[in-house]
Write a protein that binds this ligand. Structure first.
Ligand code: C2E
Ligand code: MG
Ligand code: MG
Length: 580
């Protein structure tokens, strides 16, 4: 009896220990965040036990469900069930352990990573199987996001720069083997900065997004769309032909741009684009070279006035390379002040007396006799990159010093004309600095004439007009240079507070030869006189032109016939001859 009681106590104690230990293991499993499905094949049908935080995952009390092998399947999204089933079959065939399989749960769309382990008896029949299931939703989301960020532009959904370049490279490689070509087209919104300034950055982004999503529609097996920068898109076309070409896509884009883009704040925005196109392998030996060249011709399209398409041309590339080299040399020349001023005389047409001189910049070649290049080439480059500011300061300083020197030496009344670029004029302190320089040199402002081009006035009309008024208020003269080459609207002439008009030299040649050009020339002189301006004819090269101009009552003549631009010392000889 005692013995039996002892046995029962022992069994009870063992049982309790077992229960405790099962409780402990269940608890550990519960906390592990992993679900386990245990199959015991020693009974028939197999006994299935679920361990772990199943309730949380499934969203309902699983204890209420009868479960068997199909239970797990039913938890999964339909499209992922096969994947899971095949995986399990493979497991049974291969034995022991599986790799993990990632599937999605039906209810909350969890990502589950499933892993299984089977034990077999000596006859290779399964005894037990444990499927462990982990919630990897967060990891999946992060990696999906990372993957997205790695390939796509988050604003527009088109390919990002890195991925586009990679895919474009692959396309070029394939094109090599198939002996076909790949086009790349840059598409850049015109005046995007202005649009941004007017609608604000956020709506600017929205516009880019809308436009990007439109362009994304061109994406296909053979067409890639990407975004390289704020408003710069790229489209690559494999083996362009027929409907699939930059030309056709460009025209489709134009068609779309005829209608406004609507923003969420109900603003309607219209804009234009400029495009640059280059083709691999014609426009470059490598994918990257072709991309670079397409970008270069895009800038050419912008330069030509925007809202257009420019195809790659070798000349454009060569000019670009030359400009870069000039830019580099200009930088050095500015540091070492390696410039010179030449002076070209201007004469009164009527009595042939010296009226004054125009200061013209020269860039001598330190290694040779001549010049590195003409101002016609380097001034526009300097205007584009801002180098004209220090160069212009040098011109003003040097011209005024020389002029003051001459005045002290020769006492000849004359006017000095100095070319002023738009960028200089836009500087806030321009008026102050030039008038200071004039005062320091003891020059009377009435003897200084500033030559300004039409484009400088038009681009910033009100501000420039104000400045011209101030300059003239201080006594300086202002002349409109290269008249006839720019906008040349006669109607705005009357509003200009200027003293002189210089008719561009390109007109004089035809004016003497061709009657209708002559009529235009004469009416410009007449109009200018009527508005009270002094009129200068530029580029007088022949006696015939000179006589013609005199006959038409031009005021002032300037040109090679009467005197080429010459250095300071040479010009002094001319001044000495003027001394009565
Ligand atoms: P521009 O102000 O219209 O200057 C007149 C240009 O015509 C000068 O060219 C002059 O050498 C040239 N020229 C004068 N007479 C004749 C002629 O009879 N026949 C021909 N074929 N040409 C003649 P240059 O010195 O090469 O200067 C070209 C342009 O560069 C100037 O045109 C001006 O716009 C700009 N430039 C020159 N110096 C300066 C400067 O110091 N500052 C700025 N901002 N621009 C300058
Ligand atoms: Mg000039
Ligand atoms: Mg001129």
């Amino acid at each position: 009896m005692e013995d039996l009681k002892y046995q029962i106590d022992l069994l009870t104690a063992l049982n309790e220990r077992l229960l405790n230990s099962e409780k402990m293991y269940r608890h550990i499993a519960e906390c592990s965040g992993t679900l386990f499905m245990y199959f015991d094949y020693r009974t028939s049908p197999a006994k299935v036990d679920l361990v772990g935080p199943w309730d949380d995952m499934v969203g309902e009390k699983i204890a209420n469900h009868p479960y068997d092998e199909s239970y797990m399947l039913n938890l999964l999204l339909d499209e992922d069930q096969d994947k899971f089933r095949i995986h399990m079959l493979e497991l049974e065939r291969e034995g022991l352990e599986t790799d993990t399989v990632d599937v999605r749960s039906r209810n909350k769309r969890y990502w589950l990573s499933c892993f299984a382990n089977v034990t077999y008896d000596d006859d290779k029949r399964p005894i037990e199987k444990i499927i462990s299931i982990k919630d990897i939703t967060r990891i999946k989301m992060n990696s999906e996001e990372l993957e997205y960020l790695a390939f796509y532009d988050s604003l527009t959904g088109v390919y990002n720069r890195n991925y586009f370049v990679r895919k474009f490279r692959d396309m070029c490689e394939l094109a090599d083997s198939e002996k076909v070509s790949v086009e790349i087209m840059f598409v850049d919104i015109d005046d995007f900065k202005k649009i941004n300034d007017s609608i604000g950055l956020l709506f600017g982004d929205e516009l880019v997004q809308e436009f990007g999503q439109y362009l994304k529609g061109f994406n296909s097996d053979d067409v890639l769309v990407g975004r390289f920068g704020s408003d710069v898109f790229v489209i690559a076309i494999f083996n362009p032909c027929g409907q699939r070409s930059s030309d056709v896509i460009y025209h489709k884009i134009l068609e779309r741009l005829r209608h406004p883009f609507m923003l969420t704040n109900k603003t309607e925005i219209m804009f234009t684009v400029s495009c640059g196109v280059a083709e691999y392998p014609d426009a470059g030996r490598t994918a990257l070279e072709v991309i670079k060249n397409a970008e270069i011709v895009l800038y050419k399209a912008k330069e030509k006035g925007k809202n257009g398409i420019q195809y790659f041309e070798l000349d454009i590339l060569n000019k670009f390379i030359r400009n870069i080299s000039i830019e580099k040399q200009l930088k050095e020349a500015i540091e070492t002040e390696s410039f010179q001023l030449y002076y070209q005389p201007q004469y009164n047409a009527e009595d042939g007396k010296l009226r004054g001189a125009e200061a013209l910049l020269r860039w001598p070649d330190p290694d040779g006799e001549g010049f590195i290049t003409s101002p016609g080439e380097f001034i526009p480059i300097a205007e584009k990159n801002g180098a004209i500011i220090p160069i212009g300061s040098y011109v003003i300083k040097e011209a005024l010093r020389t002029f003051s020197d001459w005045r002290n030496k020769y006492h000849i009344p004359m006017i000095l004309s100095i070319n002023i670029s738009a960028l200089q004029l836009e500087r806030e302190n321009f008026v102050e600095s030039i008038s200071n320089a004039i005062n320091i040199n003891g020059i009377s402002p009435e003897s200084i004439e500033l030559e300004i081009t039409e484009s400088a006035i038009i681009n910033n009309f009100e501000d420039v007009i104000d400045k011209i008024k101030t300059l003239r208020g201080l006594g300086m003269r202002v002349s409109l240079d290269d008249f006839g080459t720019g906008y040349s609207s006669l109607s705005y002439l009357k509003q200009l507070p200027i003293d002189t008009i210089k008719i561009d030299r390109s007109f004089i040649e035809t004016a003497v030869k061709d009657d209708s050009s002559g009529i235009i020339y004469e009416s410009v002189i007449e109009l200018s006189k009527k508005l009270g301006f002094e009129t200068v004819a530029e580029g007088v090269e022949t006696k015939e032109q000179f006589n013609y101009l005199r006959e038409k009552n031009i005021d002032i003549v300037q040109g090679f016939l009467l005197g080429r631009p010459v250095g300071k010392v040479e010009f002094e000889k001319l001044l000495i001859r003027q001394i009565p």
